[in-house]
Design a protein around this ligand. Structure first.
Ligand code: NDP
Length: 478
């Protein structure tokens, strides 16, 4: 196992707290770690320490520390992957993908730290400023609170920690209660890589207590949150003037147009609908299929989904493990029953054993079914037929969410028309809603959030612009 101290880092020291947080293996149920949870005084001390530490690290050192931390994480790869599989219930392949993404995010943020700069402003346009010089500097925002969800304990945490540090901020990190170990490992690596005391504070614990205290704290200037829409809305309401960046829930559509290359599309849809047991915000939940190809798609996809191996995430070949807990699995079962009650056909899967749900595919999704509007966060994909582009756009938009959409289509005119019209943060052409290369700007609209992630965009957003105006008068003799 990885050395992770107490899991609670306050003012540069791994300390004990009044409580412990048991973290279970999501398949076996065994308790695998018990990081310490801070009391309210320790939360205050952590935020005060962060406030004292803002701006302490020069840009070049930020890049160096991020790069060293990435190297350490790579060296610790095997124990990190084993721990990740245990705390999430995801497969080793999902773990490896997420660790690789984390290393890339650290590297991209290191690069951003080195080129973070302002601009010169042409103030000479204003009378009397013919000889003035105006420029902007990028300065840290201050204390950044990062609150993260259970489903990406490495890469989502990296997308918050690394840009915040690259921009010169100090971070107070509250990871998800169910999966805090990935965050502890990332912070451990940063500390070992030479991050000065105080620049990261790590506070495992519950959202309702530790998280609530952090996001309400007046010294917190910026909150970067990924999680459910309900909690995001609450954070926005209680966080005063702190700037908020919110990555929230979704019910993502992917469109298969009549000319789609199905040999290319169908395996990608299976991967994007069921990896991490569907607990991915951009997971394909609704598959909109042109009626000209609906029979072929339904038949071929049902065969593919029925052959997806699932169960124990450590069993070689298994692609789908358990959901995060029994309650999530029971809810998934209800969503399937509700869809069937509204006239859908269950083509394959849907049965439950403990926290494991057999990958499920439904056809004939009714707009009245909960699956059509709610976020499933489970290995469920529902097919709905569309007759044309208007109907496809209308159905794609028929939820309160708007994170990312996919469209498989060889006719670029149709693909671009879909991309222009659908109300979503991103559109992926010839891949699914779940395609997300880390450098790209990424974020939702409507109830899926506000602001964009992606190293270059996040580093900029996590810094302020300070204007410097220099009044210059040429020497009289000139
Ligand atoms: P939650 O919203 O339940 O929790 C997210 C984080 O918020 C956790 O750390 C949680 O703590 C914390 N939290 C809960 N209540 C509060 C509070 N009052 N104040 C401060 N923090 C609080 O989300 P899940 O962990 O269940 O993650 C799943 C959700 O995340 C899905 O809706 C999914 O779509 C979304 N998500 C969105 C992504 C995107 O990019 N848009 C990416 C990944 C996930 P605790 O763990 O203790 O409850």
């Amino acid at each position: 196992m990885l050395d992770q101290g107490t899991g609670l880092l306050v003012d540069g020291a791994w300390v004990k707290g009044p409580d412990r947080l048991p973290v279970a293996d999501k398949y076996t149920g065994d308790v695998i770690a018990e990081p310490h949870v801070p009391g309210p005084d320790q939360v205050d001390a952590a935020i005060a320490s962060a406030a004292r530490s803002v701006g302490r690290l020069p840009c070049a050192r930020r890049a160096l520390v991020l790069r060293r931390a990435a190297r350490l994480l790579d060296e610790w790869r095997d124990p990190i992957l084993a721990q990740y599989v245990a705390e999430t219930g995801f497969t080793p392949a999902d773990a490896a993908t997420e660790l690789d993404r984390t290393l890339l995010v650290f590297e991209l943020c290191a690069q951003e730290a080195l080129r973070l700069t302002g601009e010169t402003v042409p103030v000479q346009a204003a009378p009397g400023h013919e000889d003035s010089l105006c420029l902007t500097l990028r300065t840290p925002v201050g204390v950044v609170a990062a609150v993260t969800p259970f489903n990406a304990p490495l890469s989502t945490v990296a997308h918050k920690l690394a840009p915040a540090l690259a921009a010169g901020n100090a971070v107070v990190l509250k990871p998800a209660e169910q999966t805090p170990l990935g965050a502890i490992t990332l912070v451990w690596a940063l500390v070992e890589a030479g991050l000065p005391d105080g620049l990261v504070q790590l506070l495992p614990g519950s959202g309702g207590t530790v998280g609530e205290q952090v996001v309400r704290h007046p010294a917190v200037r910026y909150i970067t949150f990924t999680g459910s829409t309900a909690v995001g809305r609450h954070i926005r309401a209680v966080s005063g003037l702190a700037r908020t960046h919110l990555e929230l829930g979704a019910n993502s559509p992917t469109l298969l147009w009549r000319d789609a290359d199905l040999d290319h599309a169908l395996p990608l849809i299976v991967r994007a609908g069921y990896r991490k047991a569907g607990q991915v915000c951009t997971s394909v939940q609704r598959l909109l299929v042109h009626e000209a190809i609906i029979e072929e798609v339904t038949g071929r996809l049902a065969d593919l989904v029925a052959s997806v191996p699932y169960g124990d995430p450590r069993a070689p070949g298994n692609q789908v493990g358990p959901l995060i807990g029994a309650a999530a699995a029971a809810r998934a079962e209800q969503l399937v029953a509700d869809a069937v009650g509204h006239g859908s056909r269950l083509l394959t899967g849907g049965s439950r054993s403990g926290s494991v749900i057999a990958p499920a595919l439904l056809s004939g999704l009714s707009e009245r079914a909960r699956l059509a509007s709610e976020e499933a966060f489970a290995p469920l994909v529902a097919i709905a037929a569309v007759g044309g582009l208007d109907e496809a756009v209308c159905l794609a938009d028929a939820t309160r969410y708007g994170l990312q959409a996919g469209v498989f289509c060889q006719d670029l005119d149709v693909a671009l028309a879909f991309a222009r019209r659908v109300a979503t943060g991103g559109v992926v052409v010839n891949d699914t809603s779940s395609c997300h290369p880390d450098p790209m700007p990424y974020g939702g609209v409507k109830d899926s959030g506000q602001g964009v992630e992606g190293p270059a965009y996040a580093v900029r957003d996590m810094s302020d612009s300070r204007t410097v105006l220099i009044r210059h008068r040429p020497p009289r003799s000139a």
